[in-house]
Design a protein around this ligand. Sequence first.
Ligand code: CA
Length: 233
Amino acid sequence: MSGEVILVVEDEPTIAEAIASRLRSEGYEVSVAIDGPGAVERCSELAPDLVVLDLNLPGFDGIEVCRRIHSFRQVPVVMLTARDDETDMLVGLGVGADDYLTKPFSPRELVARIKAVLRRAAAAGSGTGPTLSFGPVKIDPSTRRITEAGGDVHLTPTEFDLLRALAEAGGAVLSREQLLAMVWGYRDGSGARTVDSHIRSVRAKISTDLIRTVHGVGYALNKAAIPDRGATR
Ligand code: CA
């Protein structure tokens, strides 16, 4: 592995140590913080490639840690929660984590999620392709910039890739399994609620009704909401 640096923020010593030793065995350089203020401090010293961040922490919680570390750098975050409904709450708040994992999880699953998030973050500087325009929304794959009516829309790398996949499908329906494979690189169909969560998050950030839910199937770009595909203004 490439020796990427991962900051693990977890106040339960046994969980923190289990995560850290597994990640070290995968070749990552790992540092551990055990509370909110410590996490923010370590993050600014260390400039890690990714942060594994527990939600419930002493000092202040993972939401506040996420907000503070993102105020100086868009480091990818994998958030650990105790319950599925906490994940829904975080997505609703637009906390800006790239992925969520509910405890208990297997070390193998955490490693798979981390690799996928790092892969997407690495791709973030190397996009290509023409700008896609949908009414007031423009998606530029080469700069990974999205604007709506000229104003910047701030999506996480995962949210960007999800919207781009739907945009490039041009109105065709993509199943949750297809989106998991295309965006997350998961081939086993696990994580359907991850797709739903990120769709909700994208919808919260873009006011144009761009994404259509196809019940029982998946998602598609909402052509009815886009009067003139490809039009520029
Ligand atoms: Ca905790």
